[in-house]
Design a protein around this ligand. Structure first.
Ligand SMILES: [Zn+2]
Ligand SMILES: [Zn+2]
Length: 338
């Protein structure tokens, strides 16, 4: 029997990607009855669902972000575990994006689809590394789906930050980064590079770091940063949400070096326009080469692109004899949980 094409049972509806036989959505965009959630960023893990299935890390981070329950009912699933939902076998596999992040594999009547969620291939010691799953259809993001996006090694970007800190010991380095994932990764990389001093956090970053800690990620000494104690922050590294950088919170620090950790910092004009003195190209998404390498690795003859810059990727895939189409799902953001 030829398996029915996944397009016949995994459909793009206004609420998101819907697995019809399973009766559930993947990362639903609006409140639904049942959702399988790839990771806890706000655009993928929305509030108001009756029932959600996700990893332990994702559920814990959803509760932290939402300040309560992740959904009416929460169901936890470990990486690699298999669950039959009305004939659809569901399993979750590390995506390497943020703590708890998962690719969602769906097997139905002999065909296998893997929905990547957001993912990256670079080292990140705060979460499990991406595990490629061979499949018939690979559903990928394309946040940085342009050849210009080639993310440098994270170690090199952290070295830039640390050399600026030693060059300007009287100034406060304020690093803009998203609260969930990026913040903890920057801290972990600073620790890996041997930086042992306390790291100061804007209030918005505290709760998520605490959840990471509870889930076993060591982040070293973290202290609250306030404008009131700015004299104590001379020479220190302060992490704050990008919004705090934009609303000048950062500028009220003493002689600050304003930094931003983002894949978009590859675009020089973007850093300039944001008044960023020290751009750090640190991304939690696959860059152009990693998108293509991952698609090669999973060996899927067909690729669906959920969101991002899909045009160049679709073109590159047609050259590789991979069938590709854009789902153009509206509602997923570009990076982080803004
Ligand atoms: Zn994400
Ligand atoms: Zn996303």
């Amino acid at each position: 029997m030829i398996p029915p094409h996944p397009q016949t049972w995994l459909k793009t509806l206004p609420n998101g990607l819907f697995c019809e036989p399973g009766g559930f959505y993947v990362d639903p965009l609006r409140p639904v009855d049942r959702g399988v959630i790839s990771h806890a960023h706000a655009d993928h893990a929305r509030p108001g669902h009756s029932h959600v299935l996700a990893t332990r890390g994702t559920l814990a981070l959803m509760r932290t972000r939402m300040g309560g329950r992740a959904a009416g009912a929460e169901q936890e699933m470990a990486y690699g575990e298999r669950l039959n939902i009305n004939g659809v076998t569901v399993s979750l596999h590390p995506a390497g994006h943020v703590l708890g992040s998962a690719q969602i594999a769906l097997e139905y009547l002999g065909a296998k689809v893997v929905v990547s969620g957001d993912y990256k291939r670079q080292i990140d010691t705060t979460c499990a590394p991406f595990e490629p799953q061979s499949c018939d259809v690979f559903v990928t993001e394309a946040t940085f789906g342009l050849p210009v996006f080639q993310h440098p090694m994270v170690e090199d970007e952290i070295a830039k930050l640390l050399s600026s800190v030693s060059l300007f010991p009287e100034r406060t380095h304020v690093v803009g980064c998203y609260a969930l994932g990026k913040c903890q990764r920057v801290i972990a990389e600073l620790r890996r590079a041997g930086y042992e001093a306390p790291i100061y956090l804007h209030g918005a970053h505290m709760p998520v770091c605490e959840t990471y800690r509870q889930l076993g990620v060591d982040l070293g000494d973290l202290l609250p940063a306030t404008v009131a104690n700015k004299a104590a922050l001379k020479g220190a590294i302060v992490l704050a949400p990008p919004s705090a950088i934009a609303d000048r919170w950062a500028r009220r620090m003493e002689d600050p070096v304003v930094c931003m950790a983002s894949g978009w910092m590859r675009i020089r004009q973007r850093a300039k326009a944001g008044g960023i003195e020290l751009p750090l190209i640190i991304s939690d998404h696959a860059d152009w080469n990693d998108l293509l390498n991952t698609i090669r690795e999973v060996g899927a003859p067909e690729v669906w692109v959920t969101h991002g810059s899909e045009e160049a990727l679709l073109h590159a895939l047609s050259n590789l004899q991979v069938r590709a189409r854009a789902l153009r799902l509206i509602g997923y953001g570009d990076e982080g949980d803004a």
